[in-house]
Design a protein around this ligand. Structure first.
Ligand SMILES: Cc1cc2nc3c(=O)[nH]c(=O)nc-3n(C[C@H](O)[C@H](O)[C@H](O)COP(=O)(O)OP(=O)(O)OC[C@H]3O[C@@H](n4cnc5c(N)ncnc54)[C@H](O)[C@@H]3O)c2cc1C
Length: 429
């Protein structure tokens, strides 16, 4: 590798805060809202111009899942609040509570058409507590919740380097059109999805390459009811006449990519956009119901399931399924499995190397197979909420993240509507 020496320079401090959240996806938004509602001075820095990350820009417009697959809700708190607010604006649809866990094939078939029931053909399917929503409504709701909570939201800041002083993270240096600026904080939460902050700080992490996805929405489908009843490669959405195509490149791109490598990302952006258009044109000519259909929008962000995962104080793995933890701060089910439940320990959010750095969302400390459950939007919001609450608690007591009173953290999460325990002994896992 060829390198150059950059001259040392003074960097302007843009602002100081108690809690700095880097990345405004579902996890980062929840972290910022939670910390601010707990009274912390919070900055939320996001590289793009809207909140939600993959849940909006990636058009992954399905909250999978808020239940255990057996009819019991396992996710509450901010994820439920976001769902309620979207529903009140007409931007969300989900089965009513009395149907969660129902095994009626007709109901299962109805919800499958919305993308709300997944899993193998041989599974004993049940109605899930999952939510189809309009990403534009989610953007609006997250903006409202973040600003109402008093978060200092700054868009168009790209977190570039962790700033380290005396063994602590002093903050993060950002790059933007304004140049290079620093934000200093007592606690930093890495919610970039790709672990940009903890990687830059030198923390241990695992790294995967993936097949990229590019979901898109289509309008003008004819005879939608009939086509859905016969089986279609798309889902119904809350917007009348509009469907969601969960397009992926597994069969067509030829290779996996590293989502932290700009050259790989460029290759995937160009090829996936071309392939989506080509495949849609082919579908139009082979399926009469699509003859007059048009693409409403293609995700502006590639669908990246996985890149860096923190190797934190605890790495949650597949063997932890069905296991309670004393420091459990969230529970998640599995979007394709029924009764597969994980408790997520607080230690899976904590970096080993720094006393004031947490991870939230899809880059928390779990193994590859467990990531399939913890990466989903509801658990991402929930680990975000836990990280924000823990950060605010640490700031208020002046303690390191590893020293805070975890019982108090769990109590605060419960009071905010969260679910932190699960009756593992009474449920088949
Ligand atoms: C193809 C696919 C299908 C999926 N299907 C579902 C599904 O049906 N249901 C479900 O619940 N989940 C699904 N998921 C998982 C889910 O979408 C994500 O794992 C979840 O949204 C992750 O949220 P996050 O906030 O952790 O990360 P992200 O959504 O990736 O958010 C990260 C945020 O950080 C910002 N950011 C990144 N780097 C920086 C930086 N250096 N500086 C500043 N900002 C930065 C990004 O712009 C983004 O806003 C799917 C994922 C994929 C890829």
């Amino acid at each position: 590798m060829t390198t150059i020496q950059e001259p040392a320079r003074e960097t302007e401090v843009l602002t100081r805060c108690d809690v700095l959240v880097v990345g405004g996806g579902s996890a980062g938004s929840a972290a910022a809202i939670a910390a601010a509602r707990e009274g912390a001075r919070v900055v939320l820095a996001e590289r793009y111009g809207s909140l939600g990350g993959l849940a909006t820009g990636g058009l992954i417009a399905l909250l999978l899942t808020l239940d255990d697959g057996l009819g019991r809700p396992v996710i509450g708190g901010l994820c439920e609040e976001v769902t309620r607010r979207m529903r009140e604006k007409g931007g969300a649809f989900h089965p009513p509570a009395e149907e969660w866990g129902d095994e009626d094939p007709e109901k299962i078939d109805t919800y499958r058409k919305w993308g709300l029931v997944w899993g193998g053909a041989n599974a004993r399917h049940r109605v899930r507590y999952s939510v189809a929503y309009d990403p534009e409504v989610m953007r609006l709701v997250l903006n409202e919740m973040v600003t109402d909570a008093g978060v200092d939201l700054i868009y168009h800041l790209w977190g570039a380097d962790a700033l380290i002083e005396d063994g602590r993270l002093a903050g993060v240096a950002f790059q933007s059109k304004a140049g290079r600026q620093a934000i200093l904080a007592d606690v930093v939460i890495d919610a970039t999805g790709d672990g940009d902050v903890f990687a830059s700080a030198g923390c241990a992490f695992a790294h995967e390459t993936v097949h990229p996805w590019l979901w898109f929405r289509v309008g003008g489908v004819l005879e939608l009811e009939r086509v859905l009843a016969e089986g279609a490669p798309f889902f119904r959405t809350p917007n009348a006449g509009q469907v969601l195509f969960p397009w992926g490149s597994v069969a067509s791109l030829g290779r996996k990519i590293d989502a932290t490598d700009p050259r790989d990302l460029t290759f995937a952006e160009i090829e996936c956009r071309k392939l989506v258009m080509q495949e849609f044109e082919k579908l139009k000519s082979s399926r009469p119901e699509l003859a007059d259909a048009h693409i409403c929008n293609i995700a502006t962000q590639l669908g990246i399931t996985e890149s860096r995962r923190l190797e934190g104080r605890y790495v949650l793995d597949i063997g932890d399924r069905g296991k309670p933890f004393e420091d459990s701060i969230a529970i998640t089910g599995h979007w394709t499995k029924y009764g597969a439940v994980y408790a997520i320990p607080y230690r899976s959010l904590q970096a080993r190397e720094f006393p004031n750095l947490l991870a939230a969302g899809r880059n928390i400390s779990v193994d590859h197979r467990t990531h399939n459950a913890t990466k989903e939007i509801p658990p991402s919001m929930t680990t975000g909420q836990a990280a924000g609450t823990a950060a605010a608690l640490a700031v208020s007591t002046g303690e390191d993240l590893a020293s805070i009173d975890v019982a108090k953290l769990r109590e605060r999460l419960r009071q905010a509507g969260g679910i932190v325990d699960y009756p593992f002994e009474s449920a088949p896992c």
